[in-house]
Design a protein around this ligand. Structure first.
Ligand SMILES: [Zn+2]
Ligand SMILES: [Zn+2]
Length: 266
């Protein structure tokens, strides 16, 4: 199997729809990583509704949850993969707000908030609490804590000399940046939160996100071969992101805004 990362959803905070979002897409955060001969999903936003057919056919999938905010979980509620009897989803996530990953999902998937509980799907769901690095088959997953309300896990996935770093829902603070530069050093692909412009950021600095210029700079400083800005603000139309794309390229010639559906070879 070819190594790649596919952007199934790049929108942040809430999914959006309509012609103004046709190019970059409206589905919320979900990334598909094919590495070391297996499929690993990072986050289960509404992009999870569009799993490619070859992924649907896999007997087992892994899902890494960065944090349990709804824009990162909502796709599970209608995920076709979970409708498959005999399929298995292994969910990895950290304790947040005193709740383990299983308790987090049980809260979202429970009547009257949602009619089907986590044990109500034909597919089996297994839960794996994480507190540090771990392995999934031949894929090594390193974890570092980011800066976000309630906390967030940043992931580095590596296998066979290839690596992808996912740093969504994170403010790139002065304290965090030196550690994150080491964590993401020389990765093949960096997916980094860049929800806001520099003009928007001061009034939203406590929301747990970052600017696209800071994301581009991090990609340059850590030596990422490719950097994609993710968690697009729901107010940022295709026109707005296209207008900012030139600024990104000037700061980092290997950086762009993630486009829903795009597949990046590793
Ligand atoms: Zn989010
Ligand atoms: Zn969040």
């Amino acid at each position: 199997m070819e190594n790649f990362v596919q952007i199934l959803g790049a929108r942040g905070s809430i999914p959006v729809s309509g012609p103004a979002y046709a190019r970059y897409g409206g589905a919320s955060t979900c990334f598909l990583i094919c590495l070391g001969g297996q499929y690993i999903l990072v986050d289960a936003g509404t992009g999870m509704l569009r799993l490619p057919e070859q992924v649907m056919e896999a007997p087992a999938l892994s899902l890494l949850v960065t944090h349990p905010h709804l824009d990162h979980l909502q796709g599970l509620t209608m995920c076709r993969y979970l409708m498959k009897a005999g399929a298995r989803l292994d969910v990895y996530g950290a304790t947040r707000g005193g709740m383990g990953v299983e308790a987090q999902l049980r809260r979202v998937f429970s009547p009257p908030l949602w009619p089907v509980g986590v044990t109500g799907f034909p597919a089996q769901i297994r839960f794996f609490p994480i507190a540090g690095g771990f392995s999934i088959g031949s894929v090594r997953v390193e974890v570092m804590e980011g800066v976000h309300p309630g906390g967030v896990s940043l992931f580095r996935l590596s296998a066979g000399g290839k690596s992808a770093v996912i740093a969504t829902d994170c403010t790139l603070t002065e304290d965090l940046l030196p550690k994150l530069e080491i964590f993401a050093r020389d990765c093949d692909l960096l997916l980094c939160d860049g929800q806001y412009s520099e003009a928007e950021f001061p009034s939203r600095s406590s929301f747990g996100h970052s600017t696209w210029t800071a994301a581009a700079r991090l990609g340059l400083d850590c030596g990422a071969k490719r950097t994609l800005v993710v968690h697009h603000d729901p107010n940022h139309t295709d026109e707005a992101l296209d207008a900012a794309a030139d600024e990104l390229l000037q700061r980092n010639p290997r950086c762009g805004f993630a486009v829903e559906g795009e597949r990046v070879p590793l």
